[in-house]
Design a protein around this ligand. Structure first.
Ligand SMILES: [Fe+2]
Length: 241
């Protein structure tokens, strides 16, 4: 199971605030059988360069790894953690250098977050431009959250991008509107990802392993078991390009 969007790295954004929380989050993910985790701290291009952001994320990862080894000295197979970013789409993003450092490591995926303050046509175009410069496929974080706000215009314009992928948060798996949209993407062959977008061990905790089985049953009922398997297989392929 792949959790494509998490804030598990300690002390880097509004996610995990310390290594203890990160260790607890990881323990929960292991209990839930997550085997691949993208650590995607928020990236604002006005605050840091991709190089600075990446260095900060790697330092946070090193602090987390040390704490994990101390807490779990026995050789335990850890889920794979890939460092990436959740990139906030602002105008000035077009001038960042080395956007490839913002990709989810070991993949050609780059995760963008649309603002909640309003939707504009330049947003998908900018995501496409930055993804192109990074040699990556744009993934749109928690699209479920924007459906009501931005509606058809947004979905049409995101879908028009070549290779766009769509990430749904686990708290939308019971939402009729989110499921309706997810099913329509699946039917039309788009790539979808699932994620917890977890921020802590208590509030907004990792829950993908608890919620995905229910979604799986719904997808299998709506389509067929092979459709769910094909979606997962594609996700793994894209994680291991
Ligand atoms: Fe997030």
């Amino acid at each position: 199971m792949i959790d494509l969007h998490t804030h598990i790295l300690p002390g880097i954004d509004d996610g995990s605030q310390d290594v203890e929380t990160s260790v607890r989050m990881m323990e929960m993910m292991i209990e839930q059988s997550v085997d691949t985790i993208a650590a995607t701290p928020h990236y604002y291009c006005l605050d840091a360069t991709p190089e600075e952001h990446r260095a900060k994320a790697e330092a946070a990862f090193a602090r987390f790894s040390d704490a994990w080894k101390e807490r779990h000295p026995e050789a335990e197979k850890l889920p794979e953690i890939r460092i990436g970013s959740e990139i906030y789409l602002v105008n000035s993003l077009d001038s960042v250098e080395k956007p490839e450092l913002l990709k989810i490591s070991g993949t050609d995926l780059i995760l963008f977050e649309l603002p909640f303050s309003g939707y504009h046509g330049w947003m998908p175009r900018l995501a496409d431009l930055v993804a192109g410069r990074a040699g990556a496929r744009p993934v749109f974080a928690h699209v479920d959250r924007y459906l009501e706000m931005y509606g058809r215009r947004m979905t049409d314009e995101l879908e028009a991008l070549p290779h766009a992928a769509f990430q749904f948060n686990s708290d939308s798996f019971e939402s009729r509107d989110a499921l309706k949209y997810m099913y329509s993407l699946i039917k039309r062959g788009y790539t979808v990802f699932w994620a917890s977008d977890c921020h802590g061990a208590h509030r907004r905790a990792p829950d993908l392993g608890n919620t995905l089985p229910g979604l799986r049953r719904k997808i299998e009922k709506k389509f067929s078991p092979s459709v769910f398997e094909a979606i997962e297989a594609r996700q793994y392929r894209l994680m291991n390009k």
